[in-house]
Write a protein that binds this ligand. Structure first.
Ligand code: NCD
Length: 309
């Protein structure tokens, strides 16, 4: 497989192989000069048709630390505003010379289409409500390294809380965490919980307080107001009261539970308390690990020529 489009592309041995490479990349990132020549002469283009801060910077940092050249394209500053199609954009950049495209788009399925317009590798950096596979990898990596479970999540109790319906992060993480053996509880109001997600190892509830004492990982999702039809979100602070993380709920967690969030956080909505006050917060560890994991993905795709183990 020369692309990474979905967590479904990742079998368990491939995930383990990526995590092992990510450990080497973390070691490189801890050096005073965090750069190696592994992808010298390769070009990674980040093509973002939707806003992003951390994902774009994370991929571009990952490419640069492996000495790849980077090209950066955002819809707001490009000829897309002059009506150039996505296909024309990809074909133009391919003609300049690109080895990997990192693609984000508000519509599900765009990264798959991009594979038909280029010979380069394609990495999905988030498409619509669909998938965000490197987020799932960096989150699984963060949990395994924080909990010391090797390359598996066998038996790890994870609660994923909030706007599951609109979240590509939730779809990606539920699939990957469950296949790595985690026991996943989805906590959401009925209207933000699509049908059909329950399955082996996955349970569903709307009672956050009931699950808090038992979880090892509390994964808070961003409420995706920009993707929501008017009227879906409970008003007047009701969402925060039922599903927000505040001091009272933080005290219900076991002492060694960790708290995660993919960012960007909505302070005062799902994150009611200041995460700096949460000893279990691993939100910045996620960001750091994101660079290592994306280095591992780019290295395997462009250095080894394939993702698989
Ligand atoms: C996520 C995304 O864009 O899918 N953010 C990210 O990549 N770090 C999550 C979100 O927007 O809620």
């Amino acid at each position: 497989m020369k692309h990474l489009l979905s967590t479904h592309d990742l079998d368990v041995p491939t995930v383990a192989a990526i995590m092992n490479v990510a450990d080497h990349m973390s070691e490189i990132n801890a050096r005073s000069v965090p750069k190696v020549p592994a992808l010298l002469g390769r070009t990674v283009a980040s093509v973002f048709f939707e806003d992003s801060t951390r994902t774009r910077v994370s991929f571009e940092t990952a490419a640069k630390r492996l000495s790849a050249d980077t090209m950066s394209f955002s819809a707001s500053t490009s000829s897309v505003n002059k009506g150039e199609s996505i296909r024309d954009t990809i074909e133009t950049l391919s003609a300049i010379g690109v080895d990997a495209f990192v693609v984000r788009h508000a519509s599900s399925g765009v990264p798959v289409s991009v594979t038909e317009w280029t010979d380069a590798s394609v990495v999905n950096a988030g498409d619509g409500w669909h998938q965000h596979p490197t987020q799932a990898l960096l989150d699984a990596y963060t949990i395994t390294r924080e909990l010391g479970t090797g390359n598996t999540l066998a038996g790890v109790r994870v609660a994923i809380v909030g706007d599951i319906k609109h979240s590509r992060v939730a779809r990606s993480n539920i699939d990957l965490f469950a296949r790595l053996g985690a026991r996943v509880t989805l906590v959401a109001p009925g209207m933000l919980l699509p049908a059909g997600l329950a399955g082996p190892g996955i349970t569903v509830t709307d009672a956050l307080d009931d699950v808090l004492p038992d979880v090892e990982v509390l994964y808070m999702l961003r409420v995706q107001r920009e993707r929501m039809d008017a009227g879906l979100l409970p008003v007047g602070g009701e969402y925060s009261a039922r599903f927000g993380l505040d001091e009272r709920r933080a005290r219900m967690l076991s002492g060694d539970a960790i708290v995660m969030h993919p960012g960007p956080m909505n302070r005062g909505i799902e994150m009611v308390m200041d995460p700096a006050e949460l000893p279990g917060s691993r939100i910045l560890a996620q960001v750091r690990n994101g660079v290592s994991v994306r280095m591992a993905v780019l290295f395997r795709l462009l250095g080894d020529g394939q993702l698989g183990a």
